[in-house]
Design a protein around this ligand. Structure first.
Ligand code: NCD
Ligand code: ZN
Length: 345
């Protein structure tokens, strides 16, 4: 065994489904999936069936999330009509950003009316980032809006080569912009749909081989700042039906997939720590978790899905893949949560 001590990993983009869709996941099962994957701090998205667009809904989530085994915090949501709530939400220590949906996906928070978008960009107090689900042209529009309103912008799950180019240019122009990439977009292209059917269906959709190459290049050169899983659990039945729900799981596999990238020479180990920990901490101003670390067996391998999953979704697009790097220990604020690869907390 070759044990390597690393910081507790951070994931700024997860959907833990509670309240309202706990057949897919809840804060407890989602946190089990997180710690199994070495993640000790994660930020939950607002697209619940009753979206997190009021302080009341936020308070409810804060309360419910206390059963988690790791730290769970929140991004606030908007439908463009909750402008009064935005400054109140931004002032809350549990809130790390505002999520705007500029393209259709799970949930009902799409804003495509430019007047509403203007209102949101001008009402969110400058400081904590605005996160966008914005593909292609929508991303160009978001960059313009963020520039006009002096907002910090985080581009969620960047997918296309042209989007990487847009972020690279915006950074050159001095905009305070960051981008996150999901392991599934780094490892898979649209061809995977043939083999995986619904298990390869997500938003944004899998790209082309050129997109995938641009994502790796962007991750290595710093254009893309971090890895985010977009852990979006749905039941197996929902993934196997004719029109599969959008989204795939990611919490249990992201570290090992990125460790594989280190072994394959695609990124350095130093860069892995940046993209799975330090960049997120800096960009989202995440407080230090005292006496928190993980230990990974860097030489061990494991097969995704063998021995089951912690996520209620009970699936992974990487099922059957042999991955290097096994999370053996997770300690959060001095308390052991994972020991010898098993959850004990
Ligand atoms: C997400 C979900 O299911 O909540 N789905 C997805 O395909 N990524 C929503 C989202 O992040 O777009
Ligand atoms: Zn998402």
């Amino acid at each position: 065994m070759a044990l390597k001590k690393l910081p507790g990993l951070i994931d700024v983009h997860v959907h833990l489904r509670e309240p309202g869709a706990t057949q897919k996941e809840d804060f407890y099962t989602g946190s089990r999936a997180a710690v199994k994957g070495g993640i000790t701090f994660m930020i939950d998205m607002p697209n619940n069936p009753t979206p997190t667009i009021s302080i009341e809904r936020l308070d409810e989530k804060v309360e419910l999330s206390k059963k988690g085994l790791c730290d769970i915090r929140f991004h606030f949501g908007t439908n463009g009509k909750n402008l009064d709530e935005l400054p109140k939400a931004a002032a809350r220590p549990e809130v790390f950003g505002l999520k705007i949906y500029c393209n259709h996906t799970t949930g009902e928070m799409l804003i495509d009316d430019p007047v509403l978008l203007q209102g949101v960009y001008s009402s969110w107090p400058v400081g904590k980032p605005i996160l966008v689900h914005a593909e292609g042209e929508q991303l160009a529009q978001a960059i313009t809006l963020a520039t006009t309103h002096g907002q910090r912008l985080h581009v969620c799950h960047i997918t296309q080569a042209s989007e990487v180019e847009m972020v690279r240019d915006a950074k050159k122009n001095g905009l305070s912009i960051s981008a996150g990439v999901c392991p599934h977009h780094l490892y898979m292209t649209g061809e995977a749909r043939e083999r995986l059917k619904g298990f390869a269906v997500m938003k944004p959709p899998l790209g082309t081989p050129e997109d995938k190459a641009a994502l790796w290049a962007g991750l290595a050169d710093g254009t893309i700042d971090m890895v985010e899983t977009d852990h979006a659990p749905h039941t197996r039945a929902e993934k196997e039906q004719e029109n599969p729900s959008f989204g795939v799981t990611g919490l249990e596999t992201s570290f090992s997939l990125m460790w594989k990238a280190v072994q394959d020479g695609l990124i350095t180990e130093e860069r892995l720590i940046e993209v799975m920990y330090s960049a997120a901490k800096k960009i989202f101003n995440i407080p230090e978790q005292e006496d928190t670390y993980i230990e990974v067996d860097s030489e061990a391998t494991w097969v995704v899905g063998e021995g089951g999953y912690e996520t209620k979704a009970n699936s992974s697009p990487f099922e059957g893949m042999e991955l290097p790097g096994k999370v053996m220990t997770v300690v959060i604020r001095g308390k052991k949560v994972v020991e010898d690869g098993s959850i004990v907390g």
